[in-house]
Write a protein of this length. Structure first.
Ligand SMILES: Nc1ccn([C@@H]2O[C@H](COP(=O)(O)OP(=O)(O)OP(=O)(O)O)[C@@H](O)[C@H]2O)c(=O)n1
Length: 495
């Protein structure tokens, strides 16, 4: 006790300073920890929304997208919240009663009102993009086409959303925005790493799009699209083949097998035992089949299945014309195509068909074999094996599988080696592969041309580092303070 008293007398501030430093230190640590915890606690996230209607040739789908309000430029942030499939056919099928085209959208638009919070309705952009069905209708009858667009516009304007327009998008846009969608969802754009090509098969058109090096792209300006995204330049090859979607390709194949006047058509692309009465006018009812269209198409015929995959592919090959290639290389119909550069994502009907036929992970040879087997299976057996599948789809799968084989190999020149670079996909990270997301990202400027500046550390890392460094400084400080009074401890220990 005497020594302690002696020490206090020697260092009158000792106890007070040590207590003060300890209190300040503890207070600082508590403050730092509290700040770190508060900064990192999950915030109540606010979301924004965008709606895109894909008015395709076979049907219309309404896509609702959602993204965190504060982080619009972060790759992969926008995701599909909901999809509503409009009942009935695509809007181009309402040419006889255009006003019903708009009416057909009402149910899905009501659904959209429920999926987007009311307070966001007014600011939610709403777009409609029509694809190949409307491209064909505009070729057939521009006036009716305008009436159909007017009818959908009227209904979309009556919704509480921010209507931004209904238009027919070009085949080039359809291809390029499909490419943006899959690469955005795969998080490849911000990384600036290699990209994935896009293969899209619809009912009335099909698109092929892939990034390629500059060499050779000067050959065909109409097949070139350039983008600068997140500070990276992309030169894309893209082509849309109108009339080569799978429904129009089926009509083309049937038309070139049918001879008007014949009462039956024996079709290798349909299963044996399949037999349906059709009218020739249904085959020729498209601007895609103008060539060879007879003046009188009022006859009917019986469409009979023969079930032969090899013969079917021969028939399909004849719809790809070969008028000569004016470029260094072509795909088909004299269209320029540089050497394919994979990997590729194949979506829409590419996926529906190959998924149904269980062909999403087979080699090219395996695919050919399975197609032979599928097509030679009698129709009654196919129906028995797939009782839940819509009969129209079921009947067409032999044709559709062979068409995909032929389009990819005879058309786009995929080989046994490059076949494995194709992945058949429906969704990526919960969002459908297709042009709609890319279209919205582009129109809302959500993908910047330059990479946004980002701090060197993420927020959580920054707070943790700050806390750690502060603790180290505090500990060093304590040790230094302790060493300022060596005699206190030494003297106490000696006694
Ligand atoms: N389960 C399904 C769903 C659709 N389909 C077929 O897939 C094609 C439709 O693909 P989609 O991408 O929806 O085409 P659309 O947008 O309607 O056509 P386009 O882009 O050419 O306008 C149609 O032939 C349809 O019969 C199919 O075979 N199986």
């Amino acid at each position: 006790m005497a020594e302690q008293r002696e020490m206090k007398e020697k260092n009158p501030w000792h106890s007070a300073v040590v207590i003060l430093i300890t209190v300040l230190g503890i207070t600082a640590i508590v403050a730092l920890v509290t700040t770190a915890v508060l900064q990192n606690k999950p915030l109540l996230q606010k979301y924004k929304y965008g709606i895109v209607l894909d008015a395709g040739s076979s049907h219309t789908a309404v896509y609702i997208y959602e993204w965190p309000a504060e982080k619009e430029n972060d790759t992969g942030r926008v995701h599909q919240k909901h999809i509503c499939k409009v009942l009935g056919p695509g809007i181009s099928s309402y040419s006889h009663s255009p006003e019903l085209a708009g009416e057909s959208l009402r149910t899905c638009m009501k659904q959209a009102e429920r999926f987007v919070p009311i307070r966001r309705h007014r600011e939610t952009p709403l777009y409609l993009g029509a694809t190949a069905g409307m491209r064909l209708l505009s070729m057939e009858n521009q006036n009716v086409c305008d009436q159909v667009l007017g009818s959908v516009e009227k209904v979309l304007r009556s919704t509480p959303f921010s209507y931004q327009g209904a238009r027919i998008i070009s085949g080039q846009e359809e291809g390029a925005f499909g490419w943006i969608t899959i690469n955005y969802l795969d998080d490849r754009l911000k990384q600036g790493s290699g990209t994935t090509g896009a293969l899209d098969l619809g009912g009335a058109s099909t698109q092929i799009t892939f990034a390629t090096n500059q060499e050779g792209m000067g050959e065909s300006a109409e097949n070139t699209v350039t983008f600068r995204l997140y500070g990276n330049d992309y030169i894309l090859y893209t082509h849309s083949f109108l009339c080569y979607g799978k429904d129009q390709a089926l009509k083309k194949t049937l038309a070139q097998q049918a001879q008007v006047g014949n009462s039956s058509v024996l079709d290798p692309c349909f299963n044996e035992g399949y037999s349906v009465d059709r009218n020739y006018s249904s085959v020729y009812s498209s601007p895609c089949i103008m060539a060879g269209k007879p003046l009188e198409t009022g006859y009917s015929f019986t469409h009979i299945g023969k079930g032969d995959a090899s013969q079917c592919q021969q028939a399909i090959r004849r719809i790809f014309t070969n008028p000569g290639c004016n470029f260094s290389r072509c795909s088909f119909n004299g269209v320029y195509q540089p050497p394919i550069q994979g990997p590729f994502g194949a979506f829409s009907a590419f996926y529906f068909v190959m998924n149904f036929l269980n062909l999403t992970s087979d080699s090219l040879e395996g695919t050919r074999e399975k197609m032979e087997r599928y097509c030679s299976t009698p129709w009654h057996q196919i129906k028995q094996q797939h009782p839940g599948v819509k009969e129209k789809y079921l009947a067409e799968y032999c044709f559709s599988g062979n068409y995909i084989l032929s389009l990819l190999t005879d058309g786009y020149k995929f080989t046994s080696e490059t076949w494995s670079t194709i992945t058949f996909i429906k969704k990526i990270s919960g969002s459908d592969a297709g042009w709609t997301l890319g279209y919205m990202l582009n129109l809302t400027n959500m993908i910047p041309a330059e990479a946004p500046d980002s701090p060197p550390l993420p927020h959580a890392g920054y707070v943790t580092l700050l806390l750690f460094i502060s603790l180290v400084i505090f500990v060093i400080f304590l040790f230094s303070v302790k060493s300022l009074w060596p005699r206190c401890t030494t003297q106490t220990q000696i006694i």
